[in-house]
Structures are given as C-alpha cells and as structure tokens.
Design a protein around this ligand. Structure first.
Ligand code: GLY
Length: 375
C-alpha cells in the first residue's frame, strides 16, 4: 500500500509514524513549508483535557484518552528517534485573582465536578503551596493533576527524525487538489506534479479548505483562528505548573522559560504581531506571576489554529469517496490529540477497526443529510 500524507504538522507526522509502526512501508509526506513550522510549532504544548473542557461527552473523552496515552507515545518516540522531549504531567492550575473571577471559577468547578471531572478545588494557601510563583493575591483556584505540557517543538523534531530514520520523505510542495477517479481518490496534484497513492490522508490544519477534491471544494470549511504568543526567559524563572488565569495561560519549559498565550482572533492568515495584543498578554501574565514584572519577553510569534464550524475535529472518511481519510480541525487541541488521532486513523486504514471517535467526528456531519454521499 502506497500512502500519501498531505500536511507535515503534528497530526500528519504522527499519522505517518503510526502507519510505519503498523507495517506500511511506502509513505510520503507533502508539506507546503518546512515540516512542523506552522501551528504545531506555534503552540504552547498545553496538555489540558480537564482544564480546558467545557463539558463531558465525546470530545472530552477523546482529549482525556489521548492524554492517557501521551507518556507512552513520548517514551517510545524518544527511543525510536534518540531525541529527548520535555514532557511533564505536572498538573494545571487555574487561578482566580479577584472575587468576580472566584465566582465564575467556582461555577466552572461545580459544573465539572457534577460531571465527574478529576479536579481539586483549592483555597489561596493550597494554590500557593502548589505553585509559589503565583500572585499572593490569589483568591482561590483549582488543580487538574492529570494535565501537563509537552515541548511541542522538540516533539516535532523527534517525529521528523523518526521519519527520516525510517526512510519517509517529507517533500515541500503546495497541494492544489486531490485526484478523483470514479468514486476513488488516487492521490494529489502538487506543484503541477501528480502524486499517485492507494490511500490519501488530508491533515492540512487551517489550510484544509484551500485544497479541492478535483475541482470541487471540500464538503466542510476549516478556517484559521490566529493565536499570538510570547515567551519569557530568565535564570530566576521556575514555574512548576501550567497556570491558567484571566487573559493568559503560562506554560513552563524544563529550562525555566515560560510561554504566555494566547489571543484567539478570527482574522484570516494575517501574520502581523500586534503590540496591543502582546501587551495585553504581558499584563495578564504579570498580574498572575508578579516576578515577570522585571522581565521582558524574548520572542513573540503567532500561529493559526484550524477551526471547523462546531469547534470539533474532523476525522474519517467522506461518504462516496474511497481511499481518502481526513484528520483536521483540531482547533485548540492539536498537540494533545495527535497520538490518538494517529492511532485511530492507522487502525482504520490498516486493520479496518473504526474507533467510536471516528464515528463521533466524521466529516459526514457537515453534509446536509447525514446519509448523503459527496458524489
Ligand atoms: N490550547 C491553547 C490554545 O489554543 O491557545
């Protein structure tokens, strides 16, 4: 079987690896830039299925299940690639720094608790003992012990090394369209060249809707949602936990750096960094962690989260089109969901096992009639 993976972000690279581990030998990845330099590079690497969840259900279960296999994914990848990846299941805390924030955080805690989430509500003393870097004015907070972070840039490096060691080419081309022959997709056209494939996987994140099926658009729309971020670096910094506060989240790295994110902007592919947005993030970060007052960010950047209309990932086949698999629209959770997305796609392609998560997130939900065929 000859597989073409379109998209060299965390999702495409993880799928290529999982297919290789499942015995597929002919795999090619096409990416319209250097692999792993877009949203997957721009992310903070939060692994926060609990802290970021709004409600129980299929999406929460998918996030929690991917989080549960993360340690094994990282350990195996480090062995396979020889690249050490900074991964910590260090827990996330969300803090309230005013009475109003405490009231809305308490409502969130009650809601999550009633749905069985694993969390520990804390008073200010509890929060400060877990994370002494947080402002002394903290009113209360909540600890999610199963959450954590990964250094996503190191993870991308490990995946690209794995692919290289296993003879999987990553080619730099712009894919314009998928090739349709009858009811099958037989590859793609990129940079005026034809790439034949027995199976094609579309993992093109925020750029997915720019690719056509023949001459027709995809049956769903994915748009970019910009996130601007910054990073603080200073020898005195030592954050133990991922911290979420009003207006910013702070994600540590093992070398002491702290990533501060992120804006959520519906402005298309606008790569400009806006001083006001960065200043807002700095203010929120300094209010949360006062020692950042003396430190300026050393770098700012932005990335584009892939967003579908309902905010959920799109994974699986399109009725009426054989040999095409979609894995996109992971929005705020691409890093978290990569290991399990890769596994369920490989299970479907190689073993014909359909995960309930594919049933929950199929592209079919965007066709007017859920039984309809694309053709
Ligand atoms: N998951 C964090 C973000 O999308 O900003």
């Amino acid at each position: 079987m000859n597989v073409l993976v379109i998209g060299g972000g965390i999702i495409g690279l993880s799928i290529a690896r999982e297919l290789r581990l499942s015995g597929i030998t002919k795999i090619r990845v096409i990416e319209n830039s250097t692999a792993g330099t877009q949203a997957s590079w721009a992310a903070a690497g939060m692994l926060a299925p609990n802290a970021e969840a709004e409600k129980a259900g299929a999406f929460y279960n998918f996030c929690a299940a991917s989080n549960a296999i993360y340690a094994d994914f990282v350990r195996r990848l480090a062995e396979e690639s020889g690249v050490d990846v900074d991964y910590r299941k260090c827990g996330t805390i969300e803090v309230a720094l005013s009475d109003d924030e405490a009231a809305s955080l308490s409502a969130k805690i009650e809601q999550q608790r009633s749905q069985g989430f694993k969390l520990e509500a804390m008073d200010s003393g509890g929060i400060l003992s877990l994370e002494p870097n947080v402002s002394q004015s903290v009113v209360c907070g909540v600890h999610y012990p199963d959450d954590g972070y990964i250094d996503n840039r190191k993870l991308l490096e490990a995946l690209t090394v794995y692919l290289r060691l296993n003879g999987i080419d990553i080619e730099d081309h712009l894919v314009e369209s998928l090739i349709v022959e009858g009811d099958r997709i037989t590859g793609a056209i990129a940079s005026n060249r034809t790439y034949d494939a027995d199976v094609t996987i579309l993992a093109t994140g925020a750029w997915s809707s720019l690719i056509k099926i023949g001459v027709r658009p995809l049956p769903f729309n994915v748009k970019p949602i910009k996130g601007q971020m910054s990073i603080f670096a200073h020898p005195s910094l030592n954050l133990r936990k991922v911290v979420i506060a009003q207006g910013a989240y702070l994600t540590p790295r093992d070398d002491g750096r702290i990533l501060v994110g992120a804006t959520v902007e519906d402005v298309g592919f606008d790569r400009r960094i806006d001083d006001d947005a960065i200043s807002g993030l700095k203010t929120a970060a300094r209010r949360t962690m006062p020692m950042l007052e003396r430190i300026e960010p050393v770098e700012t950047w932005c990335g584009f989260r892939p967003f579908a209309g309902d905010g959920l990932p799109i994974i699986g086949e399109i009725n009426g089109l054989k040999d095409l698999f979609i894995a996109t629209a992971h929005f705020r959770n691409g890093i978290l969901l990569a290991p399990l997305t890769a596994r369920i796609i490989a299970d479907k392609i190689v073993r014909d096992i359909e995960s309930p998560f594919i049933r929950a997130f199929r592209p079919q939900r965007f066709l007017q009639n859920s039984g309809a065929s694309y053709r």
